[in-house]
Unconditional design. Structure first.
Length: 342
């Protein structure tokens, strides 16, 4: 508000209105102040200007010195600092006008100084009420935009899960495995069908929720790992080291499966070079998915759409970010674990 491009016009309008209001209220007659009309007008203009501009300066300094303060605390600190500045500047303004133009005695100057102090603090209060109103309107609009962005992000994530993570290739590959097992009259065919149905049931149910418990996500991962091990026999090693206390904490649905699928998509997995993936959650309030790095030489350039969707959903739902770390021999993504409400 204090940086409004029309602020100088607003300062003039506010000062002139206050001056006219003082004339209408016969303030000068009541307090026996005998001055030419333009002296009070000059004082009103200067006080309004100094109060506004001092608040504009304080707002910049507060944003620089205390960038993490927000909400009610920010408004309270800003208002109090503005009130101190307004008190000092309003009295100083009247003193300078008197020193330069009027040359009144202390007794004659004392009442105009009191009135200037009253006006300066009131105009500061008025401006901060407007600023707080604008602040909360802006917060409300941002929340509305975030809600709409979250809806779009969830819709994109659902589409991405269907098109990329749980895509026709995944369905086709697993149906091929299933066909082979059935043709061989392998007794594991029924087991494969059961685990396959669990994976798809979880994907369909999870899309209806913003967050699910880590236990539910890991229960889904187990049948998914079973499918992967049938698809890549002796080529994929997946270890899980999860502290039981985190099982009731929450994650974005299907996010762990997307990270495992990305690891397989972009790395070699064979009997000669098994791909090792580790899922861990041990004390840092994060679930980390790490894979050894053995990138495919002919791998298509990754668009990182899956990671971007996970990151965006976390940002919108929890205001927290995922961590991505790539070294010469490993690639890891850490998902924040959300503590359940008690």
């Amino acid at each position: 508000m204090f940086t409004n491009r029309y602020r100088y016009w607003l300062i003039i309008i506010l000062a002139v209105y206050s001056y006219l209001n003082s004339l209408f209220s016969e303030v000068y007659t009541y307090y026996h102040i005998s001055l030419s009309w333009y002296y009070p007008l000059i004082a009103f203009l200067l006080i309004t200007f100094f109060v506004w501009e001092s608040n504009r300066f304080l707002q910049k300094m507060l944003n620089i010195l205390s960038p993490n303060i927000s909400g009610v605390a920010y408004l309270a600190v800003f208002f109090l600092s503005g009130m101190i500045a307004a008190s000092i500047l309003s009295i100083a303004t009247v003193w300078m006008v008197n020193l330069a133009l009027l040359h009144l005695s202390f007794q004659q100057w004392k009442m105009p100084a009191k009135l200037a102090f009253t006006y300066g603090t009131r105009i500061n209060l008025f401006l901060h009420i407007l600023n707080a109103t604008a602040f909360y309107i802006g917060q409300y609009k941002r929340k509305q935009l975030e809600t709409e962005e979250l809806k779009r992000a969830n819709a994109q994530a659902q589409l991405q899960a269907i098109k990329n993570q749980v895509n026709p290739h995944f369905l086709f590959n697993n149906l091929n495995v299933l066909s082979t097992l059935i043709m061989q009259e392998n007794p594991e065919a029924n087991k494969f069908i059961e685990e396959f149905s669990k994976v798809y049931r979880h994907v369909l149910n999870a899309q209806q929720h913003e967050l699910i418990t880590l236990q539910s996500e890991l229960e889904f991962i187990n049948p998914y790992i079973f499918l992967l091990q049938k698809r890549f026999p002796e080529s994929i090693i997946i270890d899980m080291h999860v502290n039981p206390e985190y099982l009731s904490w929450q994650v974005v649905p299907v996010s762990v499966q997307m990270l495992v699928e990305n690891a397989i998509k972009h790395n070699i997995a064979s009997r000669q070079k098994p791909l090792k993936i580790v899922l861990s959650a041990n004390g840092d309030k994060k679930l980390t998915v790490t894979n050894i790095l053995q990138e495919k030489t002919n791998d298509d350039v990754s668009t990182h759409i899956g990671l971007q969707n996970i990151a965006r959903r976390y940002e919108m739902i929890t205001d927290r970010n995922i961590d991505i770390v790539k070294t010469s021999d490993s690639f890891s993504v850490s998902l924040p674990l959300i503590e359940p409400e008690r």
